[in-house]
Design a protein around this ligand. Structure first.
Ligand code: ATR
Length: 263
C-alpha cells in the first residue's frame, strides 16, 4: 500500500481525505493507495515527517501551520516552492524528501480564464496570500495587496512583487481574492475588509479562499451583483489535483473530487 496524508494542526475539518479518497477510487487506485489525515503539533512535525517514508508514505499534503516547516525539511525544492517560501506538497522518493507548492497553480486553474493583463486585489499577507500574489505577478497581472497589518503587506510586496495599499478602490479590479481568515468564525467581511457589499460589478471575478458549509458572505454579495464567484473548495480541489498528479502521475478526476469535497 502506498500511503498519502494531509499534515496539519488542527486537521480534523480538512476535506482533503474525502476528496483524495474519492479521486483514488475513481482512478481505480484504491487497492494500492490510501489517504489519511494526521494531526501534528508544530514541535512534532520534523521528526514525524522524516519518519513517513519508512512507514510506507509516498507523499503528503501540508497545511496550516506547517507550510514553512515543510519547505525547511525538504532535501529538494521546486522553484515555485522556493520562491513562494512555502510548500504544500511533499514527495518521499528514494530516501529524499521533495517539496512542491501547488497552491499557486491551483488558484490559476480555479479561475474561469487566465487572469491576463488586468488588475487584481489580494486581501491578506499570510501564507495563502504569498502563493496567490506570486502566481498573479508571474502571469503579468498588476497586483495590489491590502492587509490589516500594513507592515506585512509591505514586506510581502518587497519580496514577491505587487503594490501594497491601504485604501483600494473596489471597482478598479477585474479580480479580487480574499486570502484572509475573515469569515472563518462568522465575522462580517464588510466590517473587517476594505470592501462594500454593493461595490461589486458583473465583470468582476471574486475568489474567497475561506470555505465552510455555506457560501461566504463575501461571495454571496459578489454573486448578487452578477460577478463570477469561486470558493475555497474549488481552489482546494485544483491544488489537490496537481498534488495527486505529482504522486501518481495520473490526471485527477476533478468532478469526483468536487463532489466529495462538498459533501
Ligand atoms: P494563512 O497562512 O492562512 O494566510 P496567516 O499567515 O495567519 O494564515 O494569515 C492570516 C491573514 O488573515 C492575515 O493577512 C491576517 O491579517 P494580519 O496580518 O493583520 O493578522 C488576516 N486576518 C485575520 N483575521 C483578520 C481580521 N479580522 N480582519 C482582517 N484581516 C484578518
Amino acid at each position: 500500500m502506498k500511503r498519502l496524508a494531509v499534515l496539519g494542526h488542527p486537521v480534523g475539518h480538512s476535506r482533503s481525505p474525502a476528496m483524495h479518497t474519492a479521486a483514488l477510487a475513481e482512478l481505480g487506485l484504491s487497492a494500492e493507495w490510501s489517504y489519511e489525515a494526521i494531526d501534528l503539533a508544530p514541535d512534532e512535525f520534523d521528526a514525524r515527517a522524516r519518519a513517513m517514508a519508512g512507514e510506507g508514505f509516498a507523499g503528503a499534503n501540508v497545511t496550516v501551520p506547517h507550510k514553512g516547516a515543510a519547505l525547511s525539511l525538504a532535501d529538494s525544492l521546486s522553484e515555485t516552492a522556493r520562491e513562494i517560501g512555502a510548500a504544500n506538497t511533499l514527495s518521499f522518493e528514494a530516501g529524499e524528501i521533495r517539496a512542491d507548492n501547488t497552491d499557486a497553480q491551483g488558484l490559476l486553474d480555479a479561475l474561469p480564464e487566465p487572469p491576463g493583463a488586468g488588475r487584481a486585489l489580494v486581501l491578506g499577507a499570510g501564507g495563502a496570500a504569498r502563493a496567490v500574489v506570486w502566481a498573479l505577478v508571474r502571469e503579468g497581472v498588476e497586483v495590489d495587496v491590502w492587509n490589516r497589518t500594513e507592515l506585512r503587506s509591505n514586506h510581502l510586496c518587497e519580496e514577491l512583487g505587487g503594490t501594497p495599499l491601504m485604501a483600494p478602490d473596489q471597482s478598479a479590479y477585474g479580480l479580487i481574492v480574499n486570502t484572509t481568515a475573515v469569515g472563518l468564525r462568522g465575522e462580517d467581511p464588510f466590517e473587517e475588509l476594505p470592501l462594500r457589499p454593493d461595490g461589486f460589478a458583473a465583470e468582476q471575478t471574486v475568489v474567497d479562499l475561506v470555505y465552510g458549509d455555506r457560501p461566504s458572505g463575501l461571495l454571496t454579495a459578489a454573486a448578487g451583483a452578477g460577478a463570477t464567484v469561486i470558493d475555497g473548495i474549488e481552489v482546494l480541489v485544483r491544488q489537490g489535483a496537481l498534488s495527486l498528479r505529482i504522486w501518481t502521475g495520473r490526471d485527477a478526476p476533478l468532478e469526483a473530487m468536487r463532489v466529495a469535497a462538498r459533501r
